[in-house]
Structures are given as structure tokens and as C-alpha cells.
Design a protein around this ligand. Structure first.
Ligand code: ADP
Ligand code: MG
Length: 319
């Protein structure tokens, strides 16, 4: 027999949710009631994922559930917020038990890891789409913005760049599976850097998460801050599969323009370099300096021979 909306919520979403002490009322009423700590600001972010646009139509429901939360937690990380609560809106073509069960498994594996409680949502019938909203907190006035980078600040990125985009590259379909599986994993299960994000509150001057590609997203920081940047292309952090599978020039192109990495790009005053290094150690997340903020507007990508690399600022555009 087909599952009703209420059975779906009860079976797959109510039971899976952990309980946080700051949730006065979770799933089940007309609204959730949560308590924001004194002296804190609430940070809110939301992202919609549509089948065939934001994830391959044949992706595993387990991965879809994980990714729907991961891309949202990545936004909180870029704000320096500690994740706390989430809501989930599901638009499903049908109420399939195996699908829902696998989706919930992926979603809650990450929710538990990040201590996030699912406190509400909605379910409707229609083409597959998932909207997650996340809510987190920062000490008042401490949220990291895109607009506070200053000339002389160093530019850093977490992890490696270009892997998720390379996973979609047709030329690489026949490459050895040991490499392509790592790349595909990076696309389907991005690692939201929420621990690093919290650690950056008193360290970084600005931050953004890399969803559209470094060139596009660092472009947002320099524009919002009214500054420019100089980036050493040779210092872009590349994964082993990317280095093994692609000529260096091509790997750099993926690292610059490929989307879906969900790493953080941030700036910090030069005096904070030591704190950045210790954050990398304590959070077990590689952090690489890739350039420096300058007062001259625009992005300048410097090749190893000193020449300027001209790149179109692409990034995925829906319209
Ligand atoms: P209403 O008609 O008042 O909006 P719903 O029947 O949509 O109530 O939802 C009942 C309860 O279940 C609410 O607390 C809602 O937040 C929660 N809920 C609905 N869908 C989901 C979901 N996909 N995940 C988690 N909670 C959900
Ligand atoms: Mg409703």
C-alpha cells in the first residue's frame, strides 16, 4: 500500500532525527521552536537541488540525501556559523520506501556527524527536487562576510580543487577506476568544512564556499570587498587523481573553473598565517595559500613563468 505523507515523516524523518537541547519543539506541530543562545546571531541558508541539474538523475538516493545537506552546511561554514538545525522540503514523483530509506540514511549520516537536528519540512508530489534549509549560530557580529577582504590579506583554500568537475568530464570516463571513483565521490559526497568554518571566525577577514568554481567565487569576494587579487596558478592544490589523469594545464583549468567542490576560499591578514596553519592541523583539513589580495581591482592568475593566464569567468549559470 502507498505510504501517506504522515507515515513517510514518521518512518523516515521523525525517528532519524537526533535531539538537541536547544530544540524546544521539533517535528510534528505547525512549526518548530528552537532557542538561540544569548549573545548569538542566527545564520540561515537554503539551497534547492533538482534532479538532472544539481545531481545526475541516476545518482543513488543515499548520496542525494548526503549531498542535499552537505551543500547547505558548506554555506554555513563559509559564514563561520556552527550548524544546529535543518528543515527539509521533498518533492517526490512517488513514495518509494527503498528510495526514502536510502535518502534518509545519507541525510542523517551527515546530520549526526554535524550535530544537526531535522526540525521540520514539507512533502509534495512532483518532479524530484530537494530543498534543505540550515540554521546555525555565531557570536553576535562575528559572521564571516564576502565583503571584508583587504589589500595585503593572504588568500587560502581548503582541500583540493577541480575534482568534482573532473568527475563529469567525458574524456575521463575510460580512466582507471581507482582514480575516477575518487573524483565521483568528491562530486556526490562533498566534504562540508563546518569545523574549519567555525575556526575561521577570529582568523579570516572574508570567506565564501566554492560552489561555482574558484574564479567565479573568489570573484565574488573581490567584488564585494572592492579589491583585486593575484593568484599563483602553480600553488592551486590538486588531488592525486587530477594530477595523474590530466596534463597540468588542464588540471589547473578544472581547479579554476570547475564547480561543485564545496571547499572554502577565505582571506586572512598576513599576521594570521600561523593561526591558519594551526587550524589546518587541528581540523585535519589541508589549507593552502594561493595568493594575495591587492588594491588593484580584478583577478590576476599568474603562471609559473610570470605570464598572465586569461580565463573566462565562467561558473554555472541557470539563466
Ligand atoms: P502542515 O500541514 O501543518 O504544514 P505537515 O503535514 O506538512 O503539516 O507536516 C507535519 C509535520 O511534519 C510538521 O512539523 C512538518 O514540519 C513535519 N514535516 C513535514 N515534512 C517533513 C520532512 N520531509 N522532513 C521533516 N519533517 C517534515
Ligand atoms: Mg506542510
Amino acid at each position: 500500500m502507498a505510504l501517506s505523507e504522515f507515515e513517510i515523516i514518521e518512518r523516515f524523518f521523525h525517528r532519524g532525527a537526533i535531539s538537541r537541547r536547544d530544540v524546544a519543539l521539533g517535528i510534528g506541530d505547525d512549526g518548530a521552536v528552537v532557542r538561540v543562545a544569548d549573545g548569538c546571531d542566527l545564520v540561515i541558508s537554503t539551497d534547492m537541488l533538482i534532479s538532472g541539474v544539481h545531481f545526475p538523475a541516476d545518482a543513488e538516493p543515499n548520496d542525494i540525501g548526503f549531498r542535499a545537506l552537505a551543500v547547505n552546511l558548506s554555506d554555513l561554514a563559509a559564514m563561520g556559523a556552527e550548524p544546529a538545525w535543518a528543515t527539509l522540503v521533498l518533492c517526490l514523483p512517488e513514495a518509494s520506501e527503498p528510495w526514502l530509506s536510502a535518502f534518509a540514511r545519507g541525510f542523517f549520516s551527515l546530520a549526526d556527524e554535524a550535530s544537526v537536528q531535522l526540525v521540520g519540512g514539507d512533502i509534495t508530489r512532483g518532479p524530484l527536487a530537494i530543498t534543505v534549509s540550515v540554521y546555525g549560530s555565531v557570536p553576535r557580529g562575528k559572521a564571516l562576510l564576502r565583503s571584508e577582504a583587504r589589500p595585503g590579506d593572504l588568500i587560502f583554500v581548503t582541500g583540493t580543487l577541480g575534482d568534482a568537475a573532473a568527475a563529469l568530464e567525458p574524456d575521463l570516463r575510460t580512466a582507471p577506476a581507482t582514480y575516477t571513483q575518487v573524483l565521483r565521490q568528491r562530486l556526490l559526497r562533498p566534504t562540508p568544512r563546518f569545523i574549519v568554518g567555525v575556526g575561521l571566525r577570529d582568523v579570516a577577514s572574508s570567506a565564501i564556499d566554492i560552489s561555482d568554481g574558484l574564479a567565479s567565487d573568489l570573484g565574488h569576494i573581490v567584488e564585494a570587498s572592492g579589491v583585486g587579487a593575484r593568484i599563483e596558478v602553480a600553488s592551486l592544490p590538486l588531488s592525486e587523481p587530477l594530477c595523474r589523469l590530466l596534463m597540468r594545464q588542464r588540471a589547473w583549468e578544472f581547479a579554476l573553473s570547475g564547480g561543485d567542490d564545496y571547499e572554502l576560499c577565505f582571506t586572512a591578514p598576513a599576521g594570521q598565517g600561523g593561526l591558519v596553519a594551526s587550524l589546518a592541523r587541528s581540523s585535519d583539513c589541508p589549507i593552502t595559500q594561493i595568493g594575495v589580495i591587492e588594491s588593484k581591482l580584478g583577478l590576476r592568475w599568474i603562471m609559473p613563468d610570470g605570464s598572465l593566464l586569461a580565463i573566462a569567468r565562467s561558473g554555472y549559470r541557470h539563466f
